[in-house]
Design a protein around this ligand. Structure first.
Ligand code: AMP
Length: 400
């Protein structure tokens, strides 16, 4: 079965066509600037890239262009849309309406419409894209949520200390994000640890990228995670502040003369590595600036490093032990320095890495960077959110 995975943002659409017999990516691409000037598609197949610039007013136009590329006589991969067995859609926020990946029927569609405002930047785009797919291709559609893996969090971990009746009415609580990534890497870690006869019940997964989150996975299930009602909570990130005293938000708004919407934009887009360093939201550029002696870049790095360590420590206590730490995401997979500084002087927790294995870890594959005598395994695992979406979609469609 061929599954098309789509990931719609407010002005972008990423896609991958995957052959599920061998889980090989047949082709993939990105549509950018949907609804704004300069819209284009970059379609990648057999190591070649095809860029087409075309005016695209909305997600229906964008998806039509994707289908044109997929079925193109020269560089297409399928003869007809009928070859697509199912479409799997990434949806950022499920609210309390869904706790797992779900086949889209009329009832699910209604529920999806009821939660568009939970993630105003993302959910409306996913819904628009889903509707376009349903009207253009005649195949089953499945929605896969970033929040679903975290639905197993106990109440004590997911509730905020606000009046309970207000939580019941508003559904405002911690939901967590990057769930497909935390699910994928924790499952890969469990497979690896089992194959070595090692304990695998208490795992901390660190997804470190432009957005970063850390999850405590006990017996394969999420018991806590660093992001909250929105992806702003938790660690300092590329442009997001991460945790901040809620009372300081009002003070900041007064200081900057901003209203609530503006201050939310400031904390989401102007803060984090970018705001603290004044250099960039990009971790590599931050590291370059540190190399050139930039003190504020060093401060942003130190804050990130310190906060990751604090989460690992708190989750080890929450799970009453630690068997494994996983690093993933653009920074976690590629940044040997952050893996080293995060795990430094953690032997009291049973964590010790092999510096040379860490520094020379090949990319794109699972690498065990723990020292031989480390009680806790430390793994680098490339994430694959698209594959989780495709696998969930296949499983659901086959059971229909
Ligand atoms: P992601 O959001 O998962 O795509 O990750 C993007 C982040 O990964 C950016 O901040 C990049 O600077 C960072 N990144 C990519 N390659 C490297 C690398 N070799 N070393 C450190 N950070 C990297």
């Amino acid at each position: 079965m061929k599954i098309l995975v789509v990931n719609a943002g407010s002005s972008s659409l990423k896609y991958q066509l995957i052959e599920m017999t061998d889980e090989e990516v047949i082709c993939k691409g990105t549509v950018e600037c949907i609804g704004i000037d300069g819209s284009n598609i970059c379609h990648k197949v057999n190591g070649k890239e095809y860029v087409i610039e075309k005016s695209l007013a909305n997600h229906t136009d964008a998806f039509n262009l994707v289908m044109d590329c997929l079925t193109d006589k020269e560089y297409g991969s399928i003869k007809s849309p009928k070859e697509i067995g199912a479409i799997g859609h990434r949806v950022v926020h499920s609210g309390e309406e869904f706790d797992r990946s779900t086949y889209v029927d009329a009832e699910a569609l209604k529920k999806l419409e009821s939660i568009v405002n939970l993630a105003p930047l993302h959910n409306p785009a996913s819904l628009a894209c889903l509707k376009s797919c349903m009207s253009i291709v005649d195949c089953p559609n499945v929605v896969v949520f970033d929040t679903a893996f975290h639905s197993t969090m106990p109440d004590k971990a997911k509730m905020y200390g606000i009046p309970y009746e207000d939580y019941k009415a508003s559904k405002i609580r911690k939901y967590g994000f990057h769930g497909t990534s935390h699910k994928f890497v924790s499952q890969e870690a469990i497979k690896y640890l089992k194959s070595k006869g090692l304990p695998c019940s208490k795992i901390v997964t660190c997804h470190l990228g432009n957005g970063s989150s850390i999850t405590a996975v006990k017996d394969g299930k999420c018991v806590d995670t660093s992001m909250g009602m929105t992806p702003l909570e938790g660690l300092i990130m590329g442009t997001r502040s991460g945790n901040i005293d809620p009372a300081a938000v009002e003070m900041l708004a007064n200081f900057k003369g901003m209203n609530l919407k503006e201050i939310s934009n400031y904390l989401n887009k102007k803060s984090g590595f970018l705001g603290v360093s004044g250099v960039s939201s990009d971790f590599r550029k931050l590291c370059e600036a540190i190399g050139n002696g930039n003190e504020r870049a060093k401060l942003a790095y130190d804050m990130f490093n310190y906060q990751i360590r604090k989460f690992i420590g708190s989750y080890a206590v929450a799970m009453e032990g630690l068997d494994c730490i996983v690093f993933t995401g653009g920074i976690g997979e590629n940044g040997s320095l952050i893996r080293r500084t995060v795990t430094e002087n953690m032997e009291f927790l049973g964590v010790k890495i092999d510096g040379s294995v860490n520094d020379n870890a090949p990319r794109g594959t699972l690498v065990d960077i723990s020292a031989k005598d480390s009680k806790v395994r430390v793994l680098v695992i490339p994430t694959n959110e698209e594959l989780v979406i495709a696998r969930d979609t296949k499983e659901i469609v086959e059971a229909l």
